[in-house]
Design a protein around this ligand. Structure first.
Ligand code: CA
Length: 232
């Protein structure tokens, strides 16, 4: 899957420059010029990362980030804040609102890409560089891609981590709380229902390739990844 990055930036020239650099690096881009556009985009798409301008007209990038980090559907998406020089004193506030990192403008394309890679790697704690294959799926943590016979599967960051965990822990049943602990991390407090939301998204992404049945529901117990037909 091509990693999708949402760029929320009100200055068209800066936005275009960033998107150009991202596309050149092989990322897919989504664009929004303000908080409203960002929200609209996120209701349709789950990008792997958000580049968020600090100063946006109306709702600021900081406020929008805080909002996204309180919503269980968007809280897993890492945010890198783009701040202008002189706003550095506020950068702590930027991280306090939940952003994973910040980059000060003007930045070089190389610096931006390096930061993005670090953050993407950090949010995938299960990631080792080793590619895994199972049930016709190939998951490559190094390139952050999942494919079925060469066709890329489009996955959000949580679905990617979930699938990576499953593919490296086949044929065992995991309860929702166990999945939360291992895939989301032990220090988070999230409702178990969130697991179901991401399982649904994962299956939906696998559906076009006819491999969604690899992710099996085990009634009363949890979920399992298996190449064998689902049984009880
Ligand atoms: Ca701005």
């Amino acid at each position: 899957m091509a990693t999708k990055i949402l760029v929320v930036e009100d200055e068209p020239a800066v936005r275009e420059m960033i998107c150009f650099v991202l596309k050149q690096t092989g990322y897919e881009t989504l664009e929004a010029e303000d908080a409203e556009g960002g929200r609209a985009c996120l209701s349709q798409e789950t990008p792997s990362l958000i580049l968020m301008d600090w100063m946006l007209p109306g709702t600021s990038g900081v406020e929008l980030t805080r909002e996204l980090k309180q919503d269980k559907l968007t809280r897993d998406i890492p945010v890198i804040m783009l701040t202008a020089r002189g706003e550095e004193d506020d950068k702590v506030r930027g991280l306090e609102c939940g952003a994973e990192d910040y980059v000060t403008k003007p930045f070089s394309p190389r610096e931006l890409i390096a930061r993005i890679k670090v953050v993407l790697r950090r949010v995938a704690p299960h990631a080792t560089e080793e590619a895994v294959e199972a049930g016709g799926l190939r998951l490559d943590p190094a390139s952050y891609r999942v494919s079925v016979q060469g066709s890329e599967v489009d996955l959000g960051p949580t679905e990617f981590r979930l699938l990576h965990f499953f593919m490296t822990h086949r044929d065992k049943v995991y309860s929702r709380s166990r999945l939360l602990d291992t895939v989301w991390g032990t220090n988070v407090f999230i409702e178990e229902r969130t697991v179901d939301v991401h399982i649904r998204r994962l299956r939906k992404a696998l559906e076009p390739f006819g491999v969604e049945s690899l992710v099996q529901t085990v009634r009363g117990a949890g979920y399992r990844f298996s190449e064998q037909a689902s049984g009880r």
